[in-house]
Ligand binder design. Structure first.
Ligand code: AMO
Length: 443
């Protein structure tokens, strides 16, 4: 026997039904819902990305429905494609069932109802039964959409000459500083789970000039908040030979425009199912950190508790400001105080209390941090020493600087946070397939 790699399909996709009108087709999927009527039944088949309405009636079905046909049975349905109309008058195809072959039988009925328009239970129950609740069409649409976001990020950057990389997740040091780092025993040695690909993506700038990575990162967040996860997907890029950190913000605006366009066109069904309003991005307003603080104090009469960073309420107010003032769902805040940015951030030569860095807020939530990095060896060593770090511990990272690095910068974009605010969800876990938080490592 030989395996040729040729794929033959045993199912017809709904998108191709037009070609098969009045013809007999075979489709495979899971029986999502059975609705018995007086002399016929609707059998809704859930396929990879859609649900297909099939109709059973003794008058045209060879098959005889018995008790063995249940929701969540895997099935192969053979029948005739017929055109009909939806309530709003648009054309819709259904399949008149001639035969059903059951391929598997569930041992039990699902613990949560998944056949309704949405899963109606609290978030915790929804997450407890994630492998089942994700079968609900609306629920799974979220992660199809998330595929679109990652695809857009990858396609756009590849087109812009970026190379996709994968950096190690078991590391000698935490990349972002702070205490939220998971420690790991590595054959008797203490190592850390990657907080971000920061140190490696910078190293790779001296190799490929432009790199990106989409991968999980780990943060030992001790707080149970609606916007923090302990493991999330970070979409990172790093680019060399920048003139200023504006180049990075421009690249991000380009990426986001491309992603939104892709969602509108190739993820239209999911966007409609989830009632998502895709943001229009023309140009994104930019405010300096201190300008933003002044707006908060003057326009919103807000009394900041910390002049070095924003709290969640301040971010929300800035989101409102961006919408009202510039009709923009996004706003860049630049020049964060040096004290609050990591050791690799370049200080502003014109005012070293502040940095050449930025955050991007989307509908009032930080979704990105980024900026220009220190590329000079002596400057980086000096900054580390000033921050109480031991440069010797970072000798492998400092090879980048020691042996020459171009001016560069980049950013990290949190996939779940972006998805969360696209959905208009209140909790980032809604936008996480299998969330990891302080109380949850399963399923
Ligand atoms: P930062 O630590 O700000 O920057 O993270 C970048 C983005 O990642 C997302 N994010 C999170 N999402 C969910 N749960 C969390 N606990 C969490 N923490 C962060 C946010 C945030 O804006 N190395 C830098 C990036 C860079 O400068 O290139 C970094 O990781 O959306």
């Amino acid at each position: 026997m030989f395996i040729t790699g040729e794929q033959k399909s045993n199912t017809v996709a709904y998108a191709d039904f037009e070609k098969y009108e009045d013809q007999i087709v075979t489709i495979t999927g899971t029986i999502h819902n059975i609705r018995m009527m007086s002399d016929f039944a609707f059998v809704i088949l859930r396929t990879a990305r859609e649900t297909i309405q099939c109709v059973y009636a003794e008058s045209f079905s060879n098959y005889r429905m018995g008790e063995d046909v249940k929701e969540e049975c895997a099935a192969k349905i053979t029948g005739k494609v017929v055109a009909g109309e939806t309530k709003d008058g648009s054309k819709r195809y259904e399949v008149q069932i001639h035969d059903i072959e059951l391929l598997s039988h569930p041992a039990e009925i699902p613990p949560v109802v998944i056949t309704k328009k949405q899963v109606n239970c609290d978030l915790s129950t929804k997450l407890d039964y994630r492998p089942v609740t994700l079968r609900n069409p609306k629920e799974r649409a979220i992660f199809k959409l998330q595929e679109g976001i990652q695809r857009g990020f990858r396609e756009y950057l590849t087109k812009e000459g970026f190379t996709e990389i994968h950096s190690p997740k078991i590391n000698f040091a935490g990349a972002e500083g702070g205490t939220n780092v998971f420690k790991l025993d590595y054959f008797g040695k203490q190592v850390y789970l990657a907080q971000s690909p920061q140190l490696y993506k910078q190293a790779m700038v001296a190799v490929y000039e432009r790199v990106f990575e989409i991968a999980p990162v780990f943060r030992a967040e001790h707080h149970d908040t609606s916007r923090h996860l302990n493991e999330y997907i970070s979409m990172d890029f790093e680019m060399g030979f920048i003139d200023s950190f504006e180049d990075i913000m421009n690249m991000e605006a380009g990426v986001l425009k491309y992603i939104m366009q892709l969602l509108k066109t190739e993820y239209k069904n999911e966007v409609e199912l989830l009632h998502i309003e895709i943001p229009e991005i023309k140009e994104i307003p930019v405010l300096k950190f201190m300008e933003a603080k002044e707006i908060l104090m003057k326009t919103f009469k807000y009394k900041p508790s910390d002049m070095k960073d924003f709290d969640p309420e301040e971010e929300q107010l800035l989101g409102k400001y961006a919408k009202k003032q510039f009709n923009s769902d996004f706003i860049f805040i630049t020049h964060y105080p040096s004290k609050k940015r990591p050791f690799y951030t370049m200080d502003d030569p014109e005012d070293p209390e502040y940095t050449l860095s930025f955050d991007l807020l989307f509908r009032g939530l930080e979704i990105t941090s980024g900026g220009q990095r220190v590329h000079d060896y002596n400057a980086q060593v000096e900054k580390m020493v000033k921050l109480g770090m031991n440069p010797e511990e970072f000798a492998t990272y400092l090879m980048l600087h020691k042996y020459g690095a171009p001016p560069h910068g980049g950013l990290g974009l949190g996939l779940e946070r972006l998805t969360m605010h696209l959905l208009g969800a209140k909790n980032v876990r809604e936008a996480t397939m299998f969330p990891r938080d302080i109380n949850r490592v399963s399923p």
